[in-house]
Design a protein around this ligand. Structure first.
Ligand SMILES: Cc1ncc(COP(=O)(O)O)c(C=O)c1O
Length: 457
């Protein structure tokens, strides 16, 4: 290698193109230009919230700032994905260091970070879940789960729930229980939809607890009438996220899963939204229900915003998948490191305990708002995953879809970001990063109060 006149080594050809200084920050575009380019160059299915979409430029903890310099308290965290707040310094530091060390290998080579995360997951998840496969999204995590269930059982039929959501793949579009999210008809045969455990709008017109959790018992009839009688698996979210944080009654999963197992099927629990402390007290949402799944999936908040999909299974289920497969980006050292750093902070800060405590405060405040605002038909959720279902009238329960839009806009004007869900878009989803403080919850409640007033007018 040649030496420079100052004695330093001449860079190798592959290093020559590397800039010596940091690149300058890209010149910022203003909001109007970004919106204009978005309309021109992105597919129109790339939907945005708000009549005038919000162009975000930076984030810091519980706050984000738009391209015009206005700050917002973020109570939706990029769809329950910013688990610990924006740009958490420990996650940023770990990811930056990882990028400087080794950014990508593909799963063709084992690396330290993938095995460390897999080992952590085996300890964190309930029951005998042990072996993981990593991908880059919740959609893929569910795809892997369904394929595994089919391989393990040698059966094909999958029971999903109405009002559920699984993502954007062909399986997901077939399995989800929402027409508006399904641009083409279901293309995957063998998927059947059981009634949702949606107490506020009970599919049987009953009332909990007198109903005896009929929606769970109905699985017996679903299996008898819509399958061959031999289902491969039942897939369900502990709280149906996109469905509007529909929270099943306590007994639901024990009864439902017992029926499926009696017929030889297994249980896939989709924890893409509920995963890792969000529901309070436990790491996983299903632990509130005392059921141990054979397969579980995670994504969203697991890596604090870096792409990740996780499918974890019991050894006997996992070991049936022996063919060739790979995920180019799945298990990449950067996402693995982001997830390890996220878990490290979560353990130190006791995120499940925090989510339970602060979730209780949030829930109490929302219930007080319900006493004041007839627009709120129901408050539901667990931990820091709480929803308001908005109705025109509490007797008719007609979904207040337009007013939900008005509430979102009013909250935005006051500096609060919240989410929206439900089949009719009439459910407000509230899921702040889990390092939220009691003060920030109070601020959000004040803004919600004023915004509900405005939306009802
Ligand atoms: C419960 C659930 N499963 C799967 C998915 C799909 O995840 P992704 O958008 O990362 O593909 C989502 C996304 O919202 C989800 O809420």
């Amino acid at each position: 290698m040649e030496r420079d006149h100052d004695g330093t080594q001449d860079p190798t050809p592959s290093q020559k193109h590397q800039p010596k200084r940091r690149l300058p920050v890209l010149t910022y575009l203003d909001s109007a230009t970004v919106r204009h380019k978005h309309a021109e160059f992105l597919m129109p299915c790339t939907i945005n919230y708000y009549a005038e979409p919000l162009v975000l430029r930076r984030g810091d903890g519980m706050y984000v700032e738009d391209a015009d310099g206005k700050r917002y308290l973020d109570f939706f965290g990029g769809i329950l994905t910013i688990s610990l707040g924006h740009c958490h310094p420990e996650v940023v530091e770990a990811v930056s260091e990882q990028l400087r060390t080794l950014g990508h290998t593909s799963t063709l080579y084992p690396n330290e970070w993938i095995v460390r995360l897999a080992e952590e997951l085996a300890a964190l998840t309930p029951g005998r879940l042990q072996k993981s496969f990593f991908t880059s999204s919740g959609t893929e995590a569910d795809e892997v789960a369904v394929m595994l269930a089919r391989l393990y059982t040698g059966r094909q039929e999958i029971i999903a729930l109405r009002y559920s959501y699984s993502g954007r793949g062909m399986y997901a579009i077939s399995a989800m229980g929402h027409a508006p999210w399904r641009p083409i008809p279901p293309v995957m045969p063998g998927i059947t939809h059981a009634p949702a455990p949606y107490c506020y709008r009970c599919p049987f017109g009953l009332r909990y607890p007198d109903c005896g959790v009929r929606c769970a018992d109905d699985l017996e009839e679903v299996i008898a009438t819509t399958t061959t009688g031999k289902p491969a698996a039942f897939i369900a979210e502990p709280i149906l996220g996109v469905g509007g944080f529909i929270t099943p009654p306590r007994e639901y999963f024990q009864k439902a899963v017992a029926i499926v197992r009696r017929h030889g099927g297994i249980f896939i629990c989709d924890e893409v939204q509920t995963g890792w402390g969000r529901t309070g007290t436990h790491w996983c949402g299903i632990e509130h229900y005392g059921v141990e799944p054979e397969i579980m999936t995670f994504a969203k908040g697991a890596a604090s915003g870096l792409p990740i999909g996780i499918t974890i299974a019991t050894p006997e289920v996992a070991d049936t998948f022996r063919g060739l497969t790979l995920s180019t980006f799945g298990g990449n050292p950067v996402s693995m490191t982001a997830a390890l750093a996220t878990l490290h902070v979560m353990r130190r800060e006791d995120i499940p305990g925090r989510a339970a405590r602060l979730g209780q405060r949030l829930r109490h405040g929302l219930e007080e708002l319900m006493e004041k605002h007839p627009l709120i038909g129901e408050v539901r959720g667990l931990g820091l995953m709480q929803a308001l279902e908005l109705v025109e009238d509490r007797n008719s329960k007609v979904p207040a879809t337009r007013r939900t839009g008005a509430l979102m806009e009013a909250a935005r004007r006051r500096g609060l970001l919240i989410g929206r869900g439900g089949l009719h878009g009439n459910v407000v989803r509230i899921a702040p990063p889990m390092l939220v403080s009691a003060d920030e919850i109070e601020q959000a409640l004040v803004i919600l109060d004023e915004s509900l007033q405005e939306a009802a007018a």
